[in-house]
Ligand binder design. Structure first.
Ligand SMILES: NC(=O)c1ccc[n+]([C@@H]2O[C@H](COP(=O)([O-])OP(=O)(O)OC[C@H]3O[C@@H](n4cnc5c(N)ncnc54)[C@H](OP(=O)(O)O)[C@@H]3O)[C@@H](O)[C@H]2O)c1
Length: 200
């Protein structure tokens, strides 16, 4: 909650907050993106989510996503997002990937939309490059977010309590199953948080 949850809340509420009736786009089914789906629906927005898995697509819809696009089958998923929004594009894109996805996110974003870029700039990973063509075709604002403040945490918790929203937990492992827990997370099969229970 204090990391993925707060980052998702800050992404939607910092800057120009997501308004009811606007469209938010999330990438993949990491825990952060699932929080964005839940919060954006709570705020009365339309949600478009991407995933590489048909089974996860069903779970995204059950969580509240209005549309799901398979990015593995459809490398031009940015154009599909535009089509789903009647050509307008998503008002806010929560960009959890970066180098491989930024240009499609720019294509998917509305004119003067917001792209909240969350990757933290690991020097061992490739940096973000934007081609002239992608740059020229988009007027979206790229905003950086690093987790959030205590005030974000408190306002998020008030909203969660009011709406009775629960975080998505994939599986809970015992402390003696820590290796299995990490292997399960590493497999990419999880939908939601992989939890290791620490005995009180
Ligand atoms: N800035 C900050 O303050 C902050 C805070 C927390 C996290 N983060 C960053 O936010 C990102 C997400 O973190 P997380 O822990 O929620 O998730 P995660 O576990 O890193 O996300 C894994 C998921 O990403 C999806 N994915 C992988 N490649 C993709 C692609 N090319 N296009 C779209 N989706 C793709 C896959 O979804 P499917 O299996 O559905 O295909 C995969 O299951 C990480 O980069 C993390 O470092 C930043």
């Amino acid at each position: 909650m204090p990391c993925a949850g707060v980052t998702a809340w800050h992404s939607l509420m910092g800057g120009e907050p997501l308004a009811p009736g606007q469209t938010a786009l999330t990438l993949g089914t990491g825990a952060l993106s699932l929080f964005v789906v839940q919060f954006a629906k709570m705020l009365g927005a339309e949600v478009i989510a991407t995933t590489s898995s048909a089974a996860k697509a069903d779970r995204l819809k059950a969580l509240g996503a209005d549309h799901v696009v398979n990015y593995a089958e459809n490398p031009e998923w940015g154009l599909t997002v535009r089509e789903l929004t009647g050509g307008r594009g998503a008002d806010l894109v929560v960009e959890t990937n970066g180098p491989d996805t930024i240009e499609q996110s720019m294509c998917a974003a509305a004119l003067y939309g917001q792209i909240v870029l969350l990757i933290t700039g690991n020097p061992r990973r490739p940096g973000i490059e934007i081609s002239n063509a992608a740059y020229a075709a988009s007027l979206a604002t790229i905003r950086r977010v690093f987790v959030g403040s205590r005030a974000h945490f408190e306002s998020m918790n008030r909203a969660l309590t009011l709406h009775g929203t629960r975080p998505v937990i994939d599986r809970v492992f015992g402390f003696d199953e820590v290796h299995e827990a990490f292997r399960h997370y590493e497999s990419g099969a999880a939908f939601g948080k992989v939890v290791i229970r620490v005995a009180a």
